[in-house]
Ligand binder design. Structure first.
Ligand SMILES: [Zn+2]
Length: 195
């Protein structure tokens, strides 16, 4: 059922910019800004074709970013690290040579699978956020309560590195979240009183 909303470049109902239905286009909110630390979003081939990934929106907002399928990923730069909150993950400031950040797909399970399938990613130094944050996103099904969408995680990461404009990534997710609540409310008014 969730494939009903699938974006494809040939589907005239969808916007090529934000990959949302044209009537729900949010491209006016995707004016890019120049981030300092380059971000490479890496997705599975399946995810690359999905409509609702927040990686794509974050990529549209960040001038210094790429968005590519893991299968097509070139050999990562020696200064690359991956955003992956495992126990051995370091802070960005603890890396010997911080350069660019590779950011895997939205959900924890998918990221783990992606790393397993791609030794290039598996062997990169791992980076975590310094703070802990509550995810606001209901745009993507979160793997666990409080989990962050990719756009939020990258937003907080850049904010922690002093890139104030990255607040726009958080605002974008807030906007999408509010809009989703609004649509839900309109579609199923009878359910609004349920716990
Ligand atoms: Zn659009």
């Amino acid at each position: 059922m969730h494939h009903r909303m699938s974006w494809s470049p040939d589907n005239p109902r969808y916007c090529a910019g934000c990959r949302k239905a044209k009537k729900a286009c949010i491209c006016d909110r995707l004016q890019p800004f120049r981030n300092r630390i380059p971000i490479d979003f890496v997705v599975s081939a399946e995810e690359q074709a999905r409509a609702r990934t927040t990686s794509w929106l974050a990529h549209r907002l960040l001038e210094q970013s790429s968005f590519q399928a893991a299968d097509e990923l070139p050999e990562p730069a020696p200064t690359a690290a991956i955003l992956y909150p495992s126990e051995d993950a370091l802070l960005w400031s603890e890396l010997p040579q911080p350069g660019r950040l590779i950011v895997p797909d939205d959900t924890w399970d998918r990221s783990r699978a992606l790393l397993r399938e791609h030794p290039r990613l598996q062997n990169l130094p791992r980076v975590r956020l310094a703070g802990s944050y509550q995810g606001r996103s209901q745009v993507r099904r979160a793997p666990k309560p409080g989990a962050l969408s990719t756009a939020e995680a990258v937003g907080y990461f850049l904010l922690e590195q002093g890139e104030a404009q990255a607040e726009r990534l958080i605002e974008l997710i807030d906007h999408l979240n509010q809009r989703e609540q609004h649509y839900k409310g309109n579609r199923r008014p009878g359910l609004s009183g349920k716990p």
